[in-house]
Design a protein around this ligand. Structure first.
Ligand SMILES: [Zn+2]
Length: 373
């Protein structure tokens, strides 16, 4: 859930409002104004609506503070935070990567519910200082309950809820196996999700349409935990692998003086999409069919590939000992299809999407074989 309207930047983190946020804001304001009108018969319709809108706004500020709680701890543990988005089910802080230790995972996870609990306490204290029938008391009372609700709901032990992350941190600390901990916490998340769906459905059958919302949250949790389990399985199948283990040493190499036309014909004949350009046996750059397409056909025979190649200094490369998971991450974040594996002045081979898929499938079939044996 990334994207929407950017409303600002806090601690360098861009904050977004997703389109669904506006729907929830209107629904919450509408429901609250009915609630306030019922407990304050003396209030005008406009007054109820105004207090309701203020309460809804403070509710979303509370959610934002919850996400900032996670984010501040993440930054302290050197996990970059890409964005915070407020959407239909609350908020989400998108982190660049997983924390490096169970302790960091625990601290980042617990910070959100802790902020919500402190907000509940703060609103409770502020209500004690104002008159019982005042607008602030009504507003604060509701915010105490909703922030407590947010803290308790998020502490439920199903990944990727905060409580599920706490569970994952605990399992990870005990076994030392992060991927297995994610899978177990993810399965707990799926059971929790089924529970929500069943509970919501029973409420609907009993005549309470609010159950629909609970079932909807369950469905969202189900898809999120399923995605986490898949990611953990992928991580586990790549764990321990180094770039040199999965790279393809058979890289097309071409001297920089060769014409673009000759290069294109050879590449197509050999079924390749890119080649390493060399100068006197040393790497000079990387050239792909995309680079060729930028040159007009009539210039193909007079232009050397060296002129259209990406210089080697600008090419994304990896060391032979780089973990494959890191190489995969680089490919995703830098938007490249191949990462040449470089050892000093030599290119040993390249990791491509195809070599990664082969490595994952080989690992999986070996793992299944071992379990059956
Ligand atoms: Zn949270």
């Amino acid at each position: 859930m990334v994207g929407g309207f950017r409303i600002g930047r806090i601690f360098g983190i861009p904050i977004f409002l997703h389109a669904t946020w506006f729907v929830v804001f209107l629904l919450v304001t509408w429901a609250l104004s009915a609630h306030f009108a019922a407990i304050h018969p003396g209030w005008s319709g406009a007054a109820s609506l105004l207090v309701a809108a203020g309460t809804a706004l403070l509710f979303f500020v509370s959610i934002l503070l919850h996400e900032l709680g996670h984010s501040v701890l993440a930054l302290r543990h050197r996990v970059p935070v890409r964005s915070i988005t407020l959407f239909i089910f609350g908020g989400v802080a998108v982190m660049e990567r997983d924390p490096e230790s169970p302790r960091a995972e625990f601290e980042i996870a617990i910070a959100g519910p802790l902020v919500s609990a402190l907000l509940a306490l703060g609103f409770a204290l502020s209500a004690r200082g104002s008159a019982p029938e005042s607008a602030w008391t009504s507003l604060a009372d509701w915010l105490v309950r909703i922030n407590l609700g947010v803290a308790v709901f998020n502490l439920l032990p199903g990944f990727p809820l905060d409580g599920g992350r706490v569970l994952r941190a605990f399992l990870w600390a005990r076994s030392g196996d992060a991927a297995r901990a994610t899978r177990t916490a993810g399965v707990a998340g799926q059971w929790l999700a089924y529970g929500f769906i069943a509970f919501g459905a029973l409420r609907v059958l009993g005549g309470d349409l609010g159950g629909l919302w609970i079932a909807f949250i369950g469905w969202f949790l189900l898809s999120a935990s399923g995605a986490s389990i898949e990611q953990a399985t992928l991580d586990a199948s790549l764990a321990g692998l180094r770039a040199r283990d999965v790279m393809n040493a058979d890289v097309a190499r071409i001297p920089r003086g060769v014409s673009v036309g000759q290069f294109a014909r050879e590449l197509v004949m050999r079924g390749r999409r890119w080649a390493l350009v060399e100068e006197g046996g040393a790497p000079f750059g990387l050239v792909s069919l995309t680079d060729v397409k930028r040159i007009a056909a009539e210039d193909w025979e007079t232009t050397p590939v060296g002129a259209i190649a990406t210089p080697i200094a600008a090419v994304v490369t990896a060391a032979p000992d780089a973990p494959v998971r890191e190489v995969l991450h680089t490919m995703a974040t830098r938007g490249v299809n191949q990462v040449p594996i470089r050892d000093g002045d030599k290119i040993l081979g390249a990791v491509t999407r195809e070599t990664l898929v082969q490595a994952i499938e080989l690992r999986r079939s070996l793992a299944t074989g071992a379990e059956r044996g």
